[in-house]
Every structure is written in C-alpha cells, then in structure tokens.
Design a protein around this ligand. Structure first.
Ligand code: MD3
Ligand code: FE
Length: 219
C-alpha cells in the first residue's frame, strides 16, 4: 500500500498512552501490540497442555468465561471454593510453564507503573465469547497483596468495571482493547472489578473471542 502506517489493519497501532484508573492502577494503551505474535504463540502452547475449560463456582453456577493457567500456581474454582493449585485438576499434571514473553511483558509493565521488582509465579488465562461476563469480585486468593497484578487484553474489546473496596461502591466503566495492558497494585489491589457481558464485535485476528491473561504473584 502507499502508506507505511496502516491505521485500520491488523497491525494498526491502536491508542497509546496512559489512563490512570486509580491511585495505583494504570492502563497502558497498546503496550502489548509489538509482542502480540509471541503472546498468542504462548497462549497456544499453554492451551495445548492445559485446555480452556468452564469451571464451576462454589455457588453451583458454571462460569461463562473459560479459563486455564500457566506458571507454578494456577487458580481453580469448584464446588469446594476458590484456590491456587500446583496441578491442573483436569489432568493431574503441573500447570505449563509461564511463557517467557508473558514474564518479560509483565515485568516491564509493572516497572512502568511503579512496581520494579515483580516476581510472578502464576498466570490466569481467560477466554471470553459473546455474552460471557465476569461479575463483580475481588482477587484475594493470593498470599501477598503487596505484589501487583498485570492484565493483558487481546481480541474483542470489553467494558471493564472498576469499583471500590466494598461491593456496593459505585463502579466506573473503562473499555479495554486489543493490546492494552493494565497494572493494578497497592491501594487498588483489593478493589471490586468485573467485565460487562461481551458484545459480538469480531476482531480481525481473533474473531469473536477475547483473551485476557493476568500475571500474578500467588504464592
Ligand atoms: C483489579 N479478569 O481474572 S483483568 C480476573 O478482563 C479478572 O478478564 C478480568 O478480573 C478480565 O480475576 C479483568 C483486570 C484485573 C485483574 C485483577 C484485578 C483487575 C484487577 C485485581 C484487583 C483489582
Ligand atoms: Fe479479577
């Protein structure tokens, strides 16, 4: 093509820049775009060993989001509750290694957000389809709330809900796009959050899917 900057194609730059969601949480727009190929290869390598599955909640529902894990510890939900385990309960095997591209991106993003010594040991990979949602919750199964959580969004856009420290606190809405990275830590670490039901807005590369993975220190 004539231009060397394709604004609307698969390699479009998207937005860039920082959006502060709270005192210690920031959206880094498009931060993952240069690494998308390596990140998607990583997701494929993980799901080949530990396929996406729909877990049960302690309340007896089936999650609309399918998930899997990589790293030393993986998050699990079943009738008994939520917890981190060393083995995939579906296969009895250890969770697959966290791809190096995940660790590198998460450490760089964490440093950008003021968390220089992030040593992750867990990564929860979520897959959304149209109508999938994640109701308001806190992430509190990790041992050390001093470590941040880094989230990477790929594929279809989502509306992220960000509340306060109590379930009833008013929640703001922020769109998250392909390539966005968010870092949450410090005083924002235990805030309620969720994802609104997904609209079907197919992505040129991933179709009617959204992949979000969160890199954590769980142990
Ligand atoms: C804010 N995932 O996996 S990522 C989750 O888009 C989860 O799939 C959502 O909530 C998703 O638990 C949101 C952003 C996120 C993750 C953890 C947080 C935001 C957070 C922990 C504390 C505060
Ligand atoms: Fe969460």
């Amino acid at each position: 093509m004539a231009s060397n900057l394709d604004l609307f194609g698969d390699d479009a730059p998207g937005h860039s820049g920082r959006v502060e969601l709270g005192p210690q949480s920031v959206v880094l727009r498009g931060y993952a775009l240069p690494q998308v190929n390596a990140l998607l290869s990583g997701v494929d390598a993980v799901t080949e060993v530990a396929p996406f599955r729909h877990m049960e909640t302690p309340g007896g529902y089936t999650m609309s989001v399918a998930l899997t894990n990589c790293g030393r510890l993986g998050w699990t939900s079943d009738a008994r509750g939520y917890r981190y385990t060393r083995e995939d309960p579906m296969t009895g095997q250890p969770w697959p290694d966290m791809p190096a591209a995940f660790v590198q991106l998460a450490q760089a993003a964490a440093a950008e957000a003021g968390f220089p010594d992030f040593a992750p040991d867990a990564c929860l990979v979520n897959r959304y389809e149209p109508r999938s949602r994640l109701s308001l919750h806190q992430d509190r199964n990790e041992r050390d709330y001093g470590a941040p959580i880094v989230s990477v969004s790929l594929g279809m856009p989502a509306v992220f809900l960000f509340g306060g420290d109590a379930r009833g606190d008013k929640a703001s809405r922020t769109p998250l796009f392909h390539g966005d990275v968010v870092v949450w830590g410090g005083v924002d670490r235990l805030r309620y959050h969720g994802v609104l039901p997904m609209k079907d807005l197919p992505h040129p590369r991933l179709g009617s899917r959204r992949i979000n993975f969160t890199i954590r220190k769980a142990g």
